[in-house]
Design a protein around this ligand. Structure first.
Ligand code: F6P
Length: 324
């Protein structure tokens, strides 16, 4: 391998820059020519591919977002788009690609690698924590910290005004952000896509709280929950439970930004370093991830198709017990 390119794709996640820095510097340290692709797969198609040196990644470890920019690229799903991307990689003589992103990114990388034999290594970068093969994905820890900081502030108002707040958090089909932020913020209840909590159950829990002198409550609603978003749930609850004034907050994209936590900086550095080293060892079509405290590889196929229930069962149980 002589030339490696790196790109970020899908939703941005804090820690992506730490990872880009590690990829570029590990490659250069090993005598590889490094390239950065702007705007994910879109940049491959439009030949937005530029050489990078050790100084192109100076002073970025603490920055959220991604200096390489990102996109959700529909054209890369077509045969024509992929062919253009491949032709552009060949113009620069690039023989391997590090892709940092989530499941959509890996689906594209897997197809691309299979179709053209280009070497690919994935790094799990998404706040959702919804990939198999890594206990934590890049950005997940920072996102939880951001959510908890926001909930702490909302709790001040909930407590001062004796209110019930429904707070909607991201995670697409994964309740990981919701569960961890519920535990860390001491929320009264949490609604997750993976768990079928009925409205009856939720209302019973809120009733118990009200009857035992709770004067305010916070319910975290994961965006992928079956009863809809926080506004839908709040409306349904309000029809049957009227002890408090009810408010809704959607945290939205503020969860994706901000300076990465030290955990995400270290994770990004470890996984970027490992991604290049795995390519240099001759590995391809893998994802590097953290299992326990070890960096390990998982095939892109398994990362995408093995569905593991990633919610910690003790945390699930605690949501009920600790909020009485
Ligand atoms: O995958 C990360 C994520 O932030 C999800 O939690 C959310 O459902 C989605 O991306 C939002 O995507 P967009 O920024 O394209 O609206």
């Amino acid at each position: 391998i002589k030339n490696i390119a790196v790109l970020t794709s899908g939703g941005d996640a804090p820690g992506m820059n730490a990872c880009i820095r590690a990829v570029v510097r590990t490659g250069i340290y090993n005598g590889i020519n490094m390239f950065g692709v702007l705007q994910g797969y879109q940049g491959l198609i439009s030949n937005n591919i530029n050489p990078m040196d050790a100084r192109s990644v100076s002073n970025i470890i603490h920055l959220g977002g991604t200096i390489l920019k990102t996109a959700r690229c529909l054209e890369f799903k077509t045969d024509e788009g992929m062919q253009l991307a491949y032709d552009n990689l060949k113009k620069h003589d690039i023989d391997a690609l590090v892709v940092i992103g989530g499941d959509g990114t890996f689906t594209g990388a897997k197809r691309f690698g299979e179709k053209f034999g280009i070497r690919v290594m994935g790094v799990p970068g998404t706040i959702d924590n919804d990939l198999y093969g890594s206990d934590f994905t890049l950005g997940y820890d920072t996102a939880i910290n951001t959510v908890v900081e926001a909930i702490d502030k909302i709790r001040d108002t909930a407590d001062s005004h004796d209110r019930l707040f429904f707070i909607e958090v991201m995670g697409r089909d994964s309740g990981c952000i919701a569960l961890r932020s519920a535990i860390s913020s001491g929320a009264e209840a949490v609604l997750l896509p993976e768990k079928d909590t009925s409205l009856n159950e939720l209302i019973a829990q809120l009733e118990t709280g009200a009857s035992t002198k709770k004067t305010s409550s916070i319910v975290i609603v994961s965006e992928g929950h079956k009863d809809g978003g926080a506004y839908d749930v709040a409306k349904k609850v309000k029809e049957r439970f009227n002890h408090y004034d009810t408010k809704v907050t959607i945290l939205g994209h503020l969860q994706r930004g901000g300076s990465p936590s030290s955990f995400d900086r270290i994770l990004g550095s470890r996984l970027g370093f490992a991604a290049v080293n795995e390519l240099l060892k001759g590995n391809t079509m893998q994802m590097v991830g953290l299992r326990g405290n070890d960096v390990q590889t998982t095939s892109l196929k398994d990362a995408l198709t093995t569905h593991s229930f990633k919610l910690e069962s003790d945390l699930l149980e605690m949501t009920k017990v600790l909020s009485i």
